[in-house]
Design a binder for this molecule. Sequence first.
Ligand SMILES: [Zn+2]
Length: 276
Amino acid sequence: MSRLLDLLETFSGLQRSWDYVVFLMRMAGAPQDNSFVGTAFPDGFSLFFTDNAEPQAIEQLLLHEMLHEWLPTAFPPLPPPEQDMYWFSERFTEYLTDRLLRDWEFIDHRIFVEGMNAHLQLVATSPWADLDHEALERRFFESCEISELTYARGAVLALLWDLLHIGTRQCIRFARSEVSRFDLGFDHESVGRDGRIVGVKAGGPAWRAGLRDGQRYTSGQWNFKDPEDNAEITIQSPDGETRTLVYLPRSPKPVNAVTATAVEGCSVKSGTRAGP
Ligand SMILES: [Zn+2]
């Protein structure tokens, strides 16, 4: 609770005349409960949390929501339609949230860089990485994996602009690398329609594991964010026998990626944090 009050006080330093109300409510819960939930209302935000809720996650949510309300007061209103400006209103807000938490020393610089690295990784390895901005925005609500990619792209763009603006003070080193793009090796977007496997790429990872067009799909598990994590696809033969195929969902051809590292011993100039 004291960290949240500290964050509110620090935030209020951005614009002292700003009218915004925040309700912080501790919820009763079992000792292991670590949940939190928030609701925005005009000029305010309510945040409910249990004692074990992860401080960083709560602080990110609270600051993100406050910045949503604060940005339009600091800049001209964004032109409609709203979703066309998500790249700025959501993605830049996400970046600014982490940047301010880092600058105000609520999170360590290393954690900030790790977060950026996750965005950089997703931008390179997502199966939708080749879609352009318009196509991604059109498909924004299709799945959280697609919407996460749009967030990652916005955060990377914000980071680049930030670096151009303030230069080396960010204490981040970048390196190029080659990574595998996530590729399940079959048309996973069609699999739900009639329960049959379609679009298996000959020679691809699924094909090599034994997956073929026409097989009956029963279940699957994979992590779009990590091509180095095994995919598990369960299929059923005509006589009812099931078999689980396990393979790394990696594209045959590597793609270029950028990795960020926090520079050892480099001090990030921090802003002013409220409190003792
Ligand atoms: Zn938001």
